[in-house]
Design a protein around this ligand. Sequence first.
Ligand code: ADP
Ligand code: MG
Length: 724
Amino acid sequence: MTAIKTTTKNLQELKKLGISSAEELLMYFPRRYLDFSKTKHIRDTRPGETVTLQVTIKSIQSRFSFKSRQTLCESVVQDSTGYLKVTWFNMGYLAKTLKIGDHIALAGKITNFKGLQLVNPIYEKIEGDMLHTGRFVPVYKLPGTMYQKTLRKIVHAHLPLARKIPDIIPPGTRRSFALPDLATTIQESHFPSAQEKLYSVQRRLIFEELFIQQLAVQENKKLRVLLKAPNIPANVELIKKFLSTLPFELTGGQKRALWEIMKDMEQSVPMNRLLQGDVGSGKTVVAAAAALCAVRAGFQVALLAPTEILAVQHYETIQKIFAKTTPRVKIGLHTQSLHEIDGKSYSLPVFKKAVNNGSVSILTGTHALLAGKIHFKTLGLILVDEQHRFGVRQRQYLLSEENRSVTTNMPSEPYPTASSANRETRIRSTSIILPSEPYPTASSANRETRIRSTHFLSMTATPIPRTLALSMFGELDVSVLSEMPKNRKPIETRLALEEQRLEVYAFLKKQISSGRQVYWVLPHIDESEDEDITSVKEKYDELLYGPYQDLKIGLLHGRMKADDKNAAMLTFKEGKTNILVATSVIEIGVDVPNASCMVIENAERFGLAQLHQLRGRVGRGAHQSYCFAFTEAVEEESLARIKNFTTISSGFKLAELDLENRGFGTLFGEEQSGFFFKYSKYLTMKVLQESRQAAIAFENSDNLKNHPLLEKMVAPLVEKVHLE
Ligand code: ADP
Ligand code: MG
């Protein structure tokens, strides 16, 4: 590790970002880039164009504008082709920093306001290496007080050290897949020399991440032969009886998926299946039927949800659907703040005991369930809803020491009589590995020594392509619910412009007076996240004191306490609030059939798949439902995207569009989704396939043992993939 050369104050700021060595500094890649690569003459600029100009300052002064209540710094600059006006807002000090006659570069967007001018351009004195203008300029995530310009300078000064950082991608793999080496990647991702260079290093960054992931998948494959899951008979009579208590008939897709799942669970090979189906396609009831089979065969079932709201909802749904068929089956709920069995709260020790002695048959919960030292007696099936929503940290939780006891505490059968300390470590490291393909023709001796595992079913409304699914979940099978339940009315979706706002408000009022309810979703919780757009809190106040004074309005966002969140959701569910103003926390899974309207503000801030998920919150009952997507976007591309959303009702089609246009990142709502690829923004189908090929080729011709650095990266993922 090499020390960073800079001021003490800067070092402190960097430390806050988790950067304490030159190596870490160089591996702190930009979040985005400003394209100031187009250097032009003043005469050739056009409005709307982002450019760099090399100019001389002819005049500069600052003044306070009473009209806009801020300090303006105004300047006229000149190059060989003409003059241009420049204005900076709230940067009065510039009039002292920049002097008449200074030769500077200015980068920014040309606007047309009483003639062409540059507003708030970035400036840089013309000398030495230009870091802030005239090129692709890196923009880092910098939550503290450090300036972008400062970090750029520090990074630039340390670039020569890039050669010293070892490259974990083996040279053979780099050659086969034409990947730039790490030094080039570092250099070009901080200060790209050209667009193509930038693409090529971004490809390498995501490739590296995927390659590690795929190696882990391959490693896991080798371990799978050791696992054994309980045989859960396909109890057709029981399922028929259960289905006859439902108020609807299963769709063909649901029947098929359920059959596939039941067949899987009969095997001693642990099921590892993904149940994919658009929002509202009815995944829950399929999962519930599978759970019923497992419970009837004497096994416990864990149902994991990514949010507490969803966990509580599953808990209630499962209670309801089993009330008729199997009233004696005990159903539990475990989240950070709640531990209930059949509607009654218990102290944690009592609750844990009930799970441990097997009297709770189905345990719903959030990841708290796996981090909370909960030991099952006979866990046979794990169901996970919206799996990709489990963020990196949650995934680590799932694999934490405590959780391993999930496996080691499953004394449903005596352990196979096999050997050794080695086995013990295997058990620990393989916890819940979930193979699905037929066993490789393992020898019978091998079969004897398999390690107890559980069946595993994950559910998602995100149409994850198979190759990506393999990478996320390890080897797995997929069931798809391709049809929607009958009699679903399509949700009428409109792009709503600002001038139609009052019209929409009036429409909503009518819906509410006829008994319906409304979701109102905004991208941010409060103003601090982005001043330019209305936040949840602002909208809540606006509605409370504005057009809907006489109505009951609820508030729901991720920073509320768990109890308050549940209360807000519950009052909405019970119809006691008319409007629920929320962030996209409600995006996943929430089921309130009486809600008929979804209003989405700043729709341009959401990915298509995410918009679709939001829309899926309505149209769940008998009522015609509506979705209004407000947008302030003016760019052609954003508008086209939202128009697609209004005309296309299939989540799968929308996701495909997102994939084509913006890569995989958008599928998962960018960062807040907790989707675990750091560079998912750059993820494409092609690089995904390539990384898979590379991992397979590596496993066939080489060994991780020869690449200790790489092995170190893969090792923790081997465990991670296991649980998935
Ligand atoms: P998702 O797949 O998004 O998780 P849910 O399981 O929440 O969907 O189901 C959405 C709604 O559709 C629920 O209210 C459920 O009871 C209902 N439902 C499920 N299957 C059918 C069906 N075959 N026919 C009619 N309604 C159904
Ligand atoms: Mg669901």
